[in-house]
Design a protein around this ligand. Structure first.
Ligand SMILES: Nc1ccn([C@H]2C[C@H](O)[C@@H](COP(=O)(O)OP(=O)(O)OP(=O)(O)O)O2)c(=O)n1
Length: 135
């Protein structure tokens, strides 16, 4: 059993990557799943979902399936049902959670790495040269 109730608060909350990292580590630890959470397995979980007799898409594929055949989708998803939005939230979360866990078992700080990458991106695409023009 996890040591705390993990029902998220309904109001928006500033969730840190460190909190997600720690909860995922506990999730795996209490189930004895650490042995399965190798870098390679976690990466592959994003891409494929293989059982004995079936091979399905992994979490990135499940996320993509939500948009497949919908055509262009308006920002804010104004025409989506509550169930569709919840489904999207779940699949986005699965991708995020596996990424956070992958970074953790690799011994990397994903939040720090992402901030550094944003700085690198800004240096690569200076505003003066790229405002309103895609690379
Ligand atoms: N060995 C595992 C299995 C699952 N999870 C966690 C991370 C994901 O957030 C979620 C993935 O669970 P499922 O493999 O059951 O995938 P789905 O939730 O997408 O279910 P389904 O594939 O039936 O749609 O659970 C995990 O950390 N380690």
């Amino acid at each position: 059993m996890e040591s705390r109730s993990y029902e998220p608060e309904k109001t928006a909350k500033d969730v840190s990557l460190h909190e997600l990292r720690d909860r995922l580590a506990e999730f795996a630890q209490v189930r004895g799943w650490e042995q399965y959470h190798s870098p390679r397995n976690l990466l592959l979980a994003l891409v494929i979902n293989q059982t004995k007799n079936t091979l399905k898409v992994g979490e990135v594929g499940e996320l993509s399936e939500i948009f497949q055949w919908k055509g262009e989708v308006e920002r804010g998803l104004p025409n989506w049902s509550a169930a569709e939005r919840e489904h999207l939230e779940e699949e986005l979360s699965d991708v995020l959670l596996y990424l956070v866990r992958l970074a953790d078992v690799c011994g990397l700080d994903l939040g720090h790495a992402a901030l550094s990458k944003i700085v690198k991106n800004a240096n690569k695409y200076p505003v003066a040269a790229f405002a309103r023009a895609l690379p």
